[in-house]
Design a binder for this molecule. Sequence first.
Ligand code: URA
Ligand code: SF4
Length: 256
Amino acid sequence: MRLEALRQRHAKCFWPEAGDPIKRITRRLARGLLEVLGHRFAYRFIAMAAKELHTADEFFPERKTLPAFRRAAADCQACDLWRRGTQTVFGEGLAGARVLLIGEQPGNEEDLSGKPFVGPAGRLLDEALAEAGIERDQTYVTNVVKHFKWEPRGKRRIHKKPVTAEIAACRPWLEAEISLVKPKVIVCLGATAAQALLGPKFRVTKDRGRPLESTLAPFVLATVHPSSILRAPDDETRHREKRLFIEDLREAASLL
Ligand code: URA
Ligand code: SF4
């Protein structure tokens, strides 16, 4: 019932935005250019030129504290995803955490509860963290994109990958979280987070579990997304993938 109501409320946003065709074409060109350039400064420049694209820093609060950012992010409309999601899912956890974990975007349960990693992927993450000797309540957990992007399929809401423009629009929230939490280790969960932080050429399959230097934190390390483990085709693969995931988290724990 709740989903039906949600679907009706959001039905309008599945179709291309109406409005001035010139603006629509500018917007499409700008997004195409961004896909090629793929850089946030390019995005800001294009955003200003196109006057139609926005970035989350336009919604920044006066006070530079995590609670103030969380409140401000609740009203963010920097990209179109706010129309589709139920609410902004800001990061959560210990303000001065030494480990900050980054996923892709909230899923169905996160969208409804307003908290990151509380669904099936979050339960797997909690277990793996505990096995690696990291307590979830000692960490700060967030996502690259703060709204759930989905498409209806029957009665279900199916996860859709965020595009470069949405990642760039949302990035200021993530940068604010990183600069306020000041973690010692950042763990990127999956390719979206890894590429957002380490560059589009980064390959999780090749460089997982290897701590890299970064201006964002003393160590940045990438591993797979817990959802990919849940999608494993059989038990054996799932167990193996989970073991490797725990090993990567142990590596993160060893850096603390
Ligand atoms: N997957 C994510 O990337 N983030 C969440 O918060 C939940 C699932
Ligand atoms: Fe703002 Fe990010 Fe939500 Fe887009 S996804 S509206 S940038 S909070």
